[in-house]
Design a protein around this ligand. Structure first.
Ligand SMILES: Cc1ncc(COP(=O)(O)O)c(C=O)c1O
Ligand SMILES: *[C@@H]1O[C@H](CO)[C@@H](O)[C@H](O)[C@H]1NC(C)=O
Ligand SMILES: *[C@@H]1O[C@H](CO)[C@@H](O)[C@H](O)[C@H]1NC(C)=O
Length: 489
């Protein structure tokens, strides 16, 4: 639940209203012009949207220089952002050969494995030479190398489950596994802020989908009770299966899942629990084993553990870990296992090497240092931002920390001003967030040094003053804070 100050909400609505009105006005003239030109192929429906893409054309295009900025180096603490220019008011952007070295506050490089690493990189290069970039085959054909078998064993042992299966992409892990786990007559109960890959998997499964209020176990319980009492639509037969899907750390909010309570509710009603640890595996917990370790939940109580290798491990791909029976079943039935080319061998090696470093099996204590560092860095950065008066979402220990911007004009202003001072930030707005709740999302890394963080704070602090996003001025008076707020779910 985010509380928006009245004035901010009002001015945000006003800004969107203005953009909308101008956009409609321009669209009106475009329509007349298009009708007169009438260049569309006769008899065909438009292949791209006609006027439906209003948001893209009239709002996104104006600030598209803030998105998809080309990078020409590894996503380390500092990286090279390629400069672009435009001759048509940013409608199209052209790359120059110039680049600026920027502090990277956007990548999911939580443990710093995304750039050259003294342990991982030489092994990845060896694997590249021995196995090549691709297996050019699916897992059941020629695409299972010894690396793939080892990786699955290592991942299962790391997350604390009997078995695991890996896929070449994290997104596909969710979107292809959910339809295998559940189908018509089943019920998926999904957190309202779950990632798009989960939404897409749940929809593709043809199961009934119910949403519960973000991270609210009491509402989950209410939905479960109602649904179990109601049963399937029309027939009222009992649900064939119920799966509750949650995330470990919510990627747009930086919030930790209230897992112990959610697990308790699921146990009470005999619903399976599916936990997406994309952002939490490797990043939190004493030995990097994710939210179960951090919050003291027994992994035996989480039926399906999903995660990605694209964040803390600095690689690509995703995994599902669970019982031996579950994993065997997925290996027989999951189309992404049967019909998609297996994960790239160097990527697999990167994951295994990163796990070895995290566990100290490389013979150093770098893993433990990284884990201590990500936690210290995150908590330091979060508390400093809060002290400066920013509205920062999320929980302590989470390396993801969104800074609320709200107003659409503040999205490009914040992003461009930071970039001018060589700080690269990611801004997120509708449709990734609700319309009113645009934000900048900072991702802290173990590879950020204290100087890096201080520089970032200095720049963000002064840009924050300039753009006017210090919604909670220092030492907020609690009473004052609570007056004049509206609630937005
Ligand atoms: C919660 C969650 N699940 C799944 C994914 C998809 O993973 P990938 O980017 O590895 O495809 C993401 C990506 O950011 C995510 O945040
Ligand atoms: C285009 O983008 C640049 C930054 O990349 C910005 O300074 C400029 O104001 C933008 N122009 C328009 C018309 O939005
Ligand atoms: C690259 O940067 C230099 C110095 O800032 C500038 O003079 C030059 O015009 C830039 N080149 C391009 C292609 O933008």
């Amino acid at each position: 639940m985010i509380t928006i100050p009245y004035l901010t909400a009002l001015s945000t609505y006003f800004s969107y209203g203005l953009l909308f009105a101008f956009g409609q006005f321009r669209d009106f003239f475009r329509k007349i012009f298009d009708w007169w030109r009438s260049s569309d192929l006769q008899g065909y429906a438009p292949i791209c949207l006609g006027l439906e893409d209003f948001y893209t054309r009239r709002l996104y295009l104006r600030i598209q220089d803030c998105f998809g900025r080309p990078i020409s180096s590894a996503p380390d603490a500092w990286f090279d952002v390629v400069e672009r220019y435009s001759n048509d008011n940013n409608k199209t952007l052209k790359r120059t050969t110039n680049k600026s070295k920027c502090l990277n506050l956007g990548s999911y490089n939580y443990l710093g494995f995304a750039a050259a690493d003294e342990y991982c990189t030489p092994r990845v290069i060896e694997t590249l030479k021995k196995f090549s970039p691709s297996t050019c085959s699916s897992r059941v054909d020629g695409g299972t190398t010894t690396l793939h078998n080892e990786l699955e064993e290592n991942v299962a042992a790391f997350v604390g489950k009997p078995a695991a299966i890996v896929f070449g992409m994290g997104y596909v892990t969710n979107s292809a596994i959910l339809p295998v786990l559940i189908g018509k007559g089943g019920l998926v109960i999904s957190d309202s802020l779950n990632h798009n890959s989960i939404v897409s998997g749940a929809r593709g499964s043809r199961a009934t989908i119910k949403v519960f209020q973000h991270n609210t176990p009491s509402h989950l319980e209410k939905v479960l009770r109602e649904q179990i009492a109601e049963g399937q639509p029309r027939t009222h037969r009992p649900w064939k299966k119920i799966i509750v899907v949650v995330e470990g750390i919510y990627s747009m909010e930086g919030e930790l899942c209230i897992l112990p309570e959610i697990v308790a509710v699921c146990k009470k009603y005999k619903a399976y629990i599916y936990l997406d640890e994309a952002h939490s595996i490797g990043a939190v917990g004493k030995t990097g084993r994710g939210v179960c370790e951090l919050l003291g939940v027994d992994t035996a109580d989480v039926d399906v553990m999903m995660g990605t290798f694209t964040k803390s491990f600095g690689s690509c791909g995703g995994y599902i870990a669970g019982s031996k029976e579950l994993i065997q079943y997925l290996k027989y039935t999951c189309p992404a296992h049967l019909y998609a080319t297996s994960i790239s061998p160097p990527a697999a090696e990167q994951i295994m090497s990163a796990i070895k470093v995290i566990l100290g099996e490389d013979g150093s204590n770098r893993g433990a240092q990284k884990l201590a560092r990500i936690r210290e860095n995150s908590n330091f950065f979060r508390s400093e931002l809060q002290k400066m008066g920013f509205e920062v979402l999320g929980d302590n220990d989470s390396p993801v920390m969104p800074i609320m911007l709200y107003n659409p004009a503040k999205i490009p202003a914040f992003s461009r001003e930071c970039l001018k001072h060589n700080v690269a930030v990611v801004t997120v707005a509708f449709p990734a967030t609700p319309l009113l709740l645009a934000r900048a999302r900072i991702c802290i890394s173990a590879s950020h040094t204290k100087e890096d963080l201080l520089k970032a704070l200095e720049v963000i602090g002064s840009v924050g003053d300039l753009v006017g996003i210090k919604y909670f001025p220092a030492e907020p008076n609690k009473l004052q804070k609570e007056e004049g707020m509206i609630k937005e779910d």
